[in-house]
Write a protein that binds this ligand. Structure first.
Ligand SMILES: [Zn+2]
Ligand SMILES: [Zn+2]
Length: 401
């Protein structure tokens, strides 16, 4: 199994991978509404001989490829959803849906997932175990992974390992990150409402100016990361929106702010949340205002398992070449692959897809986002090879054979 040249087989599949990717790119779908994409996936998986479950977590698809020999189950995950962004592109495969585009590369993830399934299906007779192919909706902050898990995606059969990957446009084409430990951050969304007392702009002493309070709150919150978090640790607290006020001569009664917290460790997250409340209590009380705070825990950090990262690294070296396998400081963005990684030993890889010479290096979530499709065969091979290697290493009586 370990000797199969998945890279060469994936290269031969390049035209099909590109065709899949362009079809998904031209027909993007949001959140849980990925019905067309899921339909294409389900049909392709059935044709490959997988047992297919649809509607898992509303619109997710789970394919089960059974090998010719007994063994454990390994899971591969691809996410299917696009973003509410109007695409700016001259490409023939440009989005046909106004205001919706694949700006994160999930179109490529679906194509690579189907590619990996195709490669593994060809070698199904030799596979010592099962491959669970999980195609997930609603990755972009909407809880698609949780929805699929609650709907039994990991129940029957239960995978013993999971692998996934994300195309990464700010890394050059062909680079691979496959490392143990944290790779993507936990994300919380916070909403703060400051309540003062409205009044005439010329009579501030009769009012409680929510905007003045918000200004102090904002300054105070910026001390959490700089003064309360251990400098050796990592955290981000960003306030992204502030809304208040109706007229130049009216003191605003309320201010609404929204923001996000990104952390890798649960202790640091706790520190940030605790300080956030303490500072809000102190500043608002001191200025005669009140506040409401809502914290929505969107997703936890993606922490790669050491043994699974070892497998991913080995196949990355084989597939992309040792010089292309690099260490990367963890990213502060988040990914709900963490939901799977919290339950199953897992490794989430990053695959460089940027090509500045072709203008294919716009960042993720940008209206000009597009990636180099030469990354697709590498990605399909990485996923297939990781699954095959896990099964080969864990097959019954593997020791000494
Ligand atoms: Zn994204
Ligand atoms: Zn993404």
């Amino acid at each position: 199994m370990i000797d199969i040249d998945f890279k060469a087989e994936a290269e031969a599949l390049a035209a099909q991978l590109t065709a899949w990717r362009r079809d998904f790119h031209a027909n993007p779908e949001l959140g849980f509404e990925v019905h067309r994409t899921a339909g294409v996936v389900a049909r392709a998986l059935s044709e490959l001989g997988c047992e297919v479950r649809t509607g898992v977590g509303q619109s997710g698809v789970v394919g089960l490829l059974t090998g010719g020999k007994p063994g454990p189950t390994v899971m591969l995950r691809a996410d299917m959803d696009a973003l509410p962004i109007q695409e700016i592109s001259d490409a023939p495969y440009c989005s046909r849906v106004p205001g919706v585009m694949h700006a994160c590369g999930h179109d490529g993830h679906v194509a690579m997932g189907l590619g990996a399934a195709t490669l593994l299906a060809r070698h199904a007779q030799d596979l010592p175990g099962q491959v669970l192919l999980v195609f997930q909706p609603a990755e972009e902050g909407m809880g698609g992974a949780r929805a699929m898990i609650e709907d039994g995606a990991l129940a029957d059969p239960q995978p013993a390992a999971a692998f996934g990957l994300h195309l990464w446009n700010t890394m050059p084409l062909g680079r691979v990150v496959a490392q143990a430990g944290p790779i993507m951050a936990a994300a919380d969304v916070l909403k703060i409402t400051i309540r003062g007392k409205g009044g005439h702009g010329a009579l501030p002493h009769e009012a409680v100016d929510a905007i003045a309070v918000a200004g102090q709150v904002l300054s105070a919150l910026q001390t959490i990361v700089s003064r309360n978090v251990d400098p050796q640790e990592t955290a981000v607290l960003t306030i992204g929106t502030i809304h208040a006020g109706t007229a130049f001569n009216v003191i605003a009664e309320t201010v609404e702010m929204q923001g996000t917290i990104r952390t890798f460790s649960a202790t640091v997250r706790e520190t940030v949340l605790t300080r956030l409340k303490v500072l809000l209590d102190g500043v608002t009380a001191g200025m005669g205002a009140r506040y409401e705070l809502e914290i929505q825990d969107v997703t936890s950090a993606v922490i790669n398992d050491a043994a699974m990262a070892e497998i991913a690294r080995a196949v990355a070296v084989q597939t992309a070449g040792a010089t292309n396998v690099v260490w990367q400081p963890p990213f502060m963005v988040s990914e709900d692959f963490s939901e799977f990684a919290n339950r199953v030993p897992a490794c989430f890889m990053l695959l460089g897809s940027g090509n500045p010479a072709l203008g294919l290096n716009a960042p993720h979530h940008n209206p000009r986002f597009d990636f180099d499709e030469d990354a697709l065969p590498t990605g399909a091979a990485l996923l297939a090879a990781a699954a095959a290697r896990f099964l080969a290493e864990r097959r019954p009586h593997a020791a000494g054979s």
